[in-house]
Design a protein around this ligand. Structure first.
Ligand code: ADP
Ligand code: MG
Length: 565
């Protein structure tokens, strides 16, 4: 293939424009992104080679090398990973397959700091090279293809890129950044590059090498030798023993895998033994990511088998309602040479998923039930960020439904937040059997509902549910420890023993006395109302709408109508 010019996909052009014009802080993350791509490429090779050892050619030691040329102002990131064919280079470095570009741009536009760190969260890391470079040349050859099927990709990061065939004897990829003048002085320094690499890439399961330097007294400067040295720790943190790992090492690792700049809320690191043996290192972030509501997003948990990356298939490793969990699972006994599809179906992976789900639940229970104020606060903040997602679990995860129910927190007529079912039950009135709730669009709407009047008068607590998922959740949860969950907006509220005889009698008398009025109302409302009743539920308001037991609630009906159903 002689040199061809291609146009970037429109989204890529937009991203590139933003990247080159508006990322001011944390510029150094381009190196993390490119080294992490190199590491991904090595992971992919390791995985494909499980079934085809020939892919290793004569270089089985996977590694990344970072080197620079001060005169040419170039910085190169070289890996001997999987490489790319011409088609792959065009697809991977010219288009964006993932959704989320729009959110990314909206977020950047709103971000005062124009933080380059955002880029990694959106999976467009390659383009971050253009933060510091005015031209990037990629030379690559896919493992298994002959040397004359290498590819050179080159672009100035504006509208177009060029592709041509080259001869490349070694497999893998060289990313050559032609640095802008103003960045060259900053980044073309061994010391600087080393410090960035150890900041972001210490825990990569892969050595990152740089040229060794020595002091030249005559020139009185550092000069390169022809030796290479590993500049990152290159030891997967999860394989080390817990007692040797400091809290700040865990935090650093979390930041590396999550692109989060804040420390995690909590983490758990265990070696699980039994029928299936594996190590789990799982983190709960402190803040919800921008795409928390995207149920199909890429998983935050990676599965390794004996340190070989296998997959980050979200659903196979974590239930959807725990999609915010980040971390690593490393199995000691899964077969390495079966397809991902078979693995997803395997009983062992299912056991790992169950074990990890339970582990996250116990981590949360630990915080929720702790006597320590700091833990309680953590749980409250967790619930604010992720509570609505956890509620999906009540309907989706029947095995853990009881445990999940205990973790739920609500607003109620007693407190604006943090009310658990157990708190509610502990405050129930003498003779009260049911847990009462109301659903509404907003806390204000719930609080001022006329349907609460009788409950207020009698001092009975009512849970105020305002999350979109609440209705759905309650269609899967009927009771808590023997107390049925009852909507105050459905049917004739049965206050059971709480209703005093006198009121009941009064209502019956009133119903008798108002019979003609009720008939007239029923008649004039015709199809619009199923029934018109005298009620004891109201104290101040003259009338209210209720739905029949078992019917769709008014709130749900409104939501469906909004959604166009
Ligand atoms: P992501 O890494 O999240 O997929 P990037 O923008 O960082 O997104 O990279 C885009 C794609 O380009 C990668 O998914 C990969 O297919 C390809 N790629 C980038 N760098 C390399 C590399 N060093 N070796 C092989 N493929 C690469
Ligand atoms: Mg990447």
């Amino acid at each position: 293939m002689s040199k061809q010019t291609h146009s970037f996909q429109a989204e890529v052009k937009q991203i590139l424009h933003l990247v080159t014009h508006s990322l001011y802080s944390n510029k150094e993350i381009f190196l993390r992104e490119l080294v992490s791509n190199a590491s991904d490429a090595c992971d992919k090779l390791r995985f494909e080679a499980l079934n085809n050892a020939a892919l290793f050619e004569d270089a089985p030691n996977l590694e990344v090398r970072v080197f620079f040329d001060k005169d040419a102002k170039t910085l190169t990131i070289r890996d001997n990973g999987i490489g790319m064919s011409a088609e792959e280079a065009a697809a991977n470095l010219g288009t964006i397959a993932k959704s989320g570009t729009r959110e990314f741009m909206a977020k950047l536009e709103g971000d005062q700091k124009k933080d380059a760190n955002l880029i990694g969260q959106f999976g467009v890391g390659f383009y971050s090279g253009f933060i510091v470079a005015d031209r990037i040349t990629v030379e690559t050859r896919r493992a298994g293809l002959p040397a004359d099927q290498g590819v050179r990709w080159s672009s100035e990061g504006t509208g177009e890129y060029e592709l041509e065939t080259i001869t490349k004897p070694t497999r893998g990829t060289d990313i050559v950044l032609h640095l802008r003048d103003e960045e060259a002085s900053d980044f073309l320094s061994t010391w600087k590059l080393k410090s960035i690499i150890s900041k972001y890439s210490d825990h990569l399961n892969l050595p990152v090498l740089m040229e060794k330097e020595t002091w030249d007294a005559e020139k009185s400067e550092q000069v390169k030798t022809d030796e290479w040295e590993t500049v990152n720790k290159a030891a997967a943190i999860w394989t080390r023993s817990k007692s040797d790992i400091t809290d700040s090492e865990y935090q650093d690792f979390y930041k590396q895998i999550s692109y989060d700049q804040a420390a995690p809320l909590a983490y758990t690191h265990n070696r699980v033994e039994g029928r299936s043996e594996y190590t789990q290192l799982l983190f709960i972030p402190a803040k919800a990511p921008f795409d928390l509501w995207n149920r199909d997003k890429r998983g935050g948990v990676k599965l390794y088998v004996k340190r070989v990356f296998i997959m980050d298939d979200a659903e196979a490793l974590m239930p959807t309602y725990m999609r915010f969990v980040k971390g690593v699972i490393d199995s000691a006994d899964l077969p390495l040479n079966v397809s991902r599809e078979l693995l997803q179906e395997s009983r062992d992976v299912k056991a790992i998923r169950e074990g990890s789900t339970k582990r996250v639940l116990s981590m949360l229970e630990g915080l929720a039930n702790s006597e320590e104020a700091a833990d309680k606060e953590k749980y409250a903040s967790f619930w604010k960020e992720f509570g609505a997602v956890m509620k999906e679990g009540v309907g989706e995860d029947h095995t853990n439904q009881e445990r999940l129910a205990k973790l739920l927190r609500f607003a109620s007529t007693h407190a604006d937040e943090g009310v658990s079912f157990a708190d509610y039950v502990s405050r129930m009135k003498e003779g009260q059997d049911a847990i009462y709730y109301i659903t509404a669009d907003s806390l204000q709407g719930a609080k001022t509902s006329p349907q609460l009047e009788i409950f207020k008068k009698k001092g009975i607590e009512v849970l105020l549910l305002t999350d979109r998922v609440d209705e759905w959740m309650l269609s899967h949860l009927y009771e808590f420890e023997g107390h049925s969950l009852q909507s105050v907006a459905k049917g004739a509220v049965d206050l059971g023993k709480l209703q005093d005889e006198e009121e009941k009698k009064k209502a019956e008398e009133a119903a008798e006395a108002f019979k003609p009025v009720l008939e007239r109302l029923k008649d004039s409302l015709k199809e619009r109302a199923k029934d018109v009743r005298v009620t004891t539920r109201l104290v101040d308001s003259p009338a209210c709408l209720v739905v029949e037991d078992g019917d769709m609630s008014a709130h749900l009906a409104r939501m469906l109508k909004q959604a166009g159903q």
